[in-house]
Design a protein around this ligand. Structure first.
Ligand code: C2E
Ligand code: C2E
Ligand code: C2E
Length: 88
């Protein structure tokens, strides 16, 4: 197999997300804020979201879930451990 694969466990770094420019992370930041609101979960430094949510976000960013995973790791919003191990 080749190409980026989607993250298995999605734990967003909310502090990092806040540091990034809105034109890059706007849709993701709004999505995370909505989930926080729905859960009443405002005090965390991180936010666990559904795998299904990554698929929705990938559509919004016009990427595959794997490509979005790589982008989020690049931005520091997901830790490198979120990258599924690939076969060499
Ligand atoms: P974990 O999943 O590795 O999460 C570690 C810590 O990251 C959590 O410690 C919490 O401080 C933070 N965290 C992760 N996701 C979120 C989130 O969506 N919102 C917020 N506010 N914080 C988050 P915590 O709460 O002491 O939980 C320790 C462990 O207990 C978790 O480790 C997990 O294994 C388990 N746990 C806690 N809540 C749940 C849950 O709703 N479902 C499941 N399956 N396990 C949970
Ligand atoms: P819901 O999807 O009907 O889920 C109702 C409750 O089931 C949630 O209440 C939560 O306690 C539990 N639940 C459902 N799926 C999971 C899961 O994968 N892990 C864990 N730990 N619990 C789960 P809660 O958290 O108060 O959320 C209320 C409503 O807010 C949810 O109703 C859903 O409509 C929305 N929501 C909250 N977080 C998310 C999210 O991460 N993604 C999406 N798409 N919706 C969310
Ligand atoms: P988690 O709580 O450890 O749940 C791991 C996986 O178990 C979820 O992956 C989902 O596939 C399944 N699962 C857990 N609870 C439910 C449930 O009530 N209904 C269904 N249909 N499946 C359930 P998923 O969806 O990728 O979610 C990953 C993590 O995101 C969850 O880990 C939890 O930390 C968080 N999360 C997702 N939805 C909610 C929610 O509605 N409320 C809260 N508080 N946390 C959520």
């Amino acid at each position: 197999p080749s190409g980026a694969e989607p993250a298995t466990k999605i734990v967003i770094n909310l502090e990092r997300l806040q540091q990034l420019p809105a034109e890059k992370v706007g849709p993701l930041a709004r999505y995370a804020a909505t989930i926080q609101s729905q859960r009443g979960d405002y005090n965390g430094k991180v936010l666990s979201i559904r795998t299904e949510d990554l698929r929705s976000l990938a559509i919004i960013y016009d990427m595959t879930p794997g490509e979005l995973t790589e982008q989020l790791i690049d931005w520091g919003v997901l830790p490198p451990e979120a990258r599924p191990s690939k076969e060499e």
